[in-house]
Design a protein around this ligand. Structure first.
Ligand code: 5GP
Ligand code: MG
Length: 183
């Protein structure tokens, strides 16, 4: 595995995003909605740099994509989503790859009539987008490689690495999963 982003680089990037968000929202109450499971580490670090009145909600995305393959059929669980009607909402995800997850989440949240809705991701993979929409905030652009760490998994492992690393293609098994995997 090759380190792509060090702990220090991620820390600086997250601080920078927090500053941009503070500038945008000021003291306006904000509801942060994180997409389970990959956004957990990013969200935990980001919210501790934000000082407006803050609520946290979660949504779960699962897909049949297998460990690395192209996006599969997506299932969204909104059981842990608080009331967002009339609220300012910031959707948080780990990585923008094909963009289907973010697009589906934005559809789910928009239908609930928030006062405003913006999206932020830690990573954007270059040259992979299959949707017209882009995240409003993205901390790092990365090349088209499979990455793990800082919340991102390979077969449910490596989410706890404090840095982001690139997996060697030889170490990755392709193929679609028979069961939905938590993103
Ligand atoms: P999208 O719907 O944008 O294609 O994919 C978003 C989801 O796919 C992410 O939340 C993440 O779970 C997964 N994903 C996409 N690329 C990567 C990657 O390079 N590494 C890991 N660990 N997950 C990825
Ligand atoms: Mg995943």
């Amino acid at each position: 595995m090759k380190t792509l982003l060090t702990e220090a680089e991620i820390h600086t990037g997250v601080l920078n995003l927090a500053q941009r968000l503070s500038h945008r929202y000021g003291d306006t109450p904000l509801t942060i909605v994180g997409v389970l499971t990959g956004s957990l580490v990013f969200m935990a670090d980001l919210i501790r740099q934000l000082h407006m009145p803050l609520r946290v909600g979660l949504v779960q995305a699962s897909s049949y994509r297998g460990a690395v393959t192209e996006h599969g059929e997506l299932a969204i669980n909104t059981s842990w989503l608080p009331q967002i009607e009339g609220r300012h909402v910031l959707l948080i995800d780990d990585i923008f790859d094909t963009g289907h997850t973010l697009a589906a989440m934005i559809g789910e949240l928009t239908a609930r009539h928030p006062a405003s809705l913006a999206s932020a991701v830690l990573l954007s993979k270059q040259g992979r987008a299959e949707v017209a929409l882009r995240p409003d905030y993205s901390v790092f652009d990365i090349p088209d490689a499979f990455v793990v760490g800082y919340g991102l998994d390979y077969n449910d492992q490596y989410r706890n690495l404090p840095y982001v690393a690139e997996m060697e293609p030889a170490d990755l098994e392709q193929g679609k999963s028979e069961v939905p995997n938590d993103e």
